[in-house]
Ligand binder design. Structure first.
Ligand code: NAD
Ligand code: UGA
Length: 464
């Protein structure tokens, strides 16, 4: 029997786009995405598709095709659980901010609440799918909660981690490198795995659907993120050596990336990786290793985070030293606040930390980002709790255009690789700035020769 009804708990960056694509590709399955956040659900239901809660290229088209047909967004979590044969858990799993494992372990309270709610509401057998990124062995805890309801309802647990990247979510979902499904190696477990395989088979080639045991699937997700982040920290660590020796980091990346064993992707040096997951997932991996007493393994992965923090701090420090060791009272322009281009997500964005460092030095920060709201930027800075909120309000100014942001400024820091930055009238910007005018390109996206010809002092990461 094929699955006819799906519920997804959590209408965030993963739940929303993932379920939209599943619904688009499976018009015969009713997909209901639920969330306790009413504003978010209202935004998913908004008639004006530019008001969807998440900005992702192509998402509006996918939503408009299925919404109201077989895709629904609702706050009625109980009803959606009760009605569905398969339930995806796609809630947030942030780093714990309290108690044991504070600052390292994943906070599983939202996942556990989902399990308890499913246990309470369900009156028919269900397949529960872990879509959230979870520590290895979490399925055991979920199963314990679900198997002790006394209701006689049978639950199968699957792990189906999501590998989409923000900004390319729709493309990643439509053409995934692989879909990973882990389940119990029992007859019932295999039946559950096959039901989920059928759903993905509507559009994904069977050779790309990998099935494993539960623990391999859970651990593979953390491992994939750790490997990706490790590549960025590796190239960023060498960017500092390039600056000291005259080697050029982009040339080094090209040279090593042509070795097919190394590959060319994820070798772009930057002001440091951001995003809600790399740091959180590596910290979680480190915590798991420490809990199991394998400290050398924990230390090895922790170094990826240490290097990333160093890269952000080093970037801010370079601005300070280049501007004659003081930025106090100087206007510094930040172009880009999101953690990467083509998303409005700012979680763990390097821009937040660079701005914070510069405000410590009493610089006046003026930011322009094409997709991030002023409210979000202030929230991000205040969440660091570095100083009085009123001081942040005074020092962080959000501008409507890059030209306003850079007028009378001493330096520009490029912190997100938005394509539109390349097309600006840089002569006009230069003319409006204090001289000497600096550009610190945290993404190495601008044309050094062109900018130096205009008169800028241009500083790229990993280049002299
Ligand atoms: P998110 O914060 O954008 O969305 C999570 C949503 O879950 C929120 O809207 C929240 O209100 C809702 N929620 C929490 N508890 C709930 C409950 N009990 N009932 C109903 N709704 C509830 O998070 P996200 O970025 O979508 O990430 C979700 C998970 O997916 C995380 O584990 C993350 O590590 C993983 N992941 C994220 C990405 C990404 O690109 N963001 C990619 C792959 C995997
Ligand atoms: C990442 C992974 O790429 C996804 O596979 C995974 O599903 C997701 O995390 C997750 O689990 O949340 P995401 O964080 O959305 O996706 O975006 P990435 O493209 O991986 O970029 C992460 C950060 O690394 C960004 O700040 C980006 O600018 C930076 N980056 C990326 C570099 O500095 N250099 C690179 O070469 C690539």
């Amino acid at each position: 029997m094929k699955i006819k009804s799906i519920c997804c708990i959590g209408a965030g960056y993963v739940g929303g786009p993932t379920m939209s694509v599943i619904a688009q590709k499976n018009p015969n399955i009713k997909v209901t995405v639920v969330d306790i956040n009413k504003d978010r659900i209202d935004a998913w239901n908004s008639v004006d598709l530019s008001k969807l809660p998440i900005y992702e290229p192509g998402l509006d088209k996918v939503v408009s095709e299925s919404r109201g047909r077989n895709l629904f967004f609702s706050t009625d979590v109980d009803k959606a659980i009760f009605d569905s044969e398969m339930i995806f858990i796609s809630v947030n799993t942030p780093t714990k901010t309290y108690g044991a494992g504070k600052g390292m372990a994943a906070d599983l309270k939202y996942v556990e609440l989902c399990a308890r709610q499913i246990a309470k509401v369900s009156k028919s057998d269900k397949i529960i799918v872990e879509k959230s990124t979870l520590p290895v062995k979490t399925a055991e805890a979920i199963k314990n909660i679900l198997d002790n309801t006394g209701s006689g309802v049978h639950f199968d647990i699957l792990s189906n981690p999501e590998f989409l990247a923000e900004g390319t979510a729709i493309k990643d979902l439509e053409f995934p490198d692989r879909v990973l499904i882990g389940g119990e190696q029992t007859t019932e477990g295999n039946l559950a795995i096959n039901k989920l395989v059928q759903i993905y088979s509507s559009w994904v080639d069977s050779t790309k659907i990998v099935t494993t045991n539960l623990w391999s699937s859970e651990l593979s997700k953390l491992t994939a993120n750790a490997f990706l982040a490790q590549r960025i920290s590796s190239i960023n660590s060498l960017s500092e050596l390039c600056e000291k020796t005259g080697a050029d980091i982009d040339e080094v990346a090209t040279a090593i990336g042509m070795d097919s064993r190394i590959g060319s992707k994820f070798l772009k040096t930057s002001v440091g990786f951001g995003g809600s997951c790399f740091q959180k997932d590596i910290l979680n991996l480190v915590y798991i290793c420490k809990s199991l007493g394998i400290n050398e393994v924990a230390d090895y992965w922790e170094q990826v985070i240490i290097m990333n923090n160093h890269q952000r701090t080093r970037f801010a420090k370079n601005i300070l030293t280049s501007l004659y060791n003081t930025v106090a009272g100087k206007k510094i322009t930040i172009l880009g606040w999101s953690f990467k281009k083509d998303t409005n997500d700012t979680r763990e964005s390097a821009a937040i930390y660079v701005a914070d460092n510069l405000i410590d030095e009493e610089a006046s920060i003026h930011v322009y980002d094409p997709k991030v709201s002023a409210k979000q930027m202030h929230l991000d800075l205040n969440n660091l709790n570095s100083r009085e909120k009123s001081l942040n309000t005074r020092m962080l100014n959000v501008e409507e255009s890059p030209y306003d942001a850079s007028k009378n400024s001493h330096a520009i820091a490029i912190l997100t690789e938005w394509d539109e930055f390349k097309g600006y009238d840089w002569e006009k910007i230069y003319a409006s700035m204090n001289k000497p005018a600096f550009i610190f390109d945290g993404r190495n996206i601008l044309d050094k020769t062109k900018l130096e010809k205009i008169g800028f002092i241009y500083k790229a990461i990993g280049k002299q």
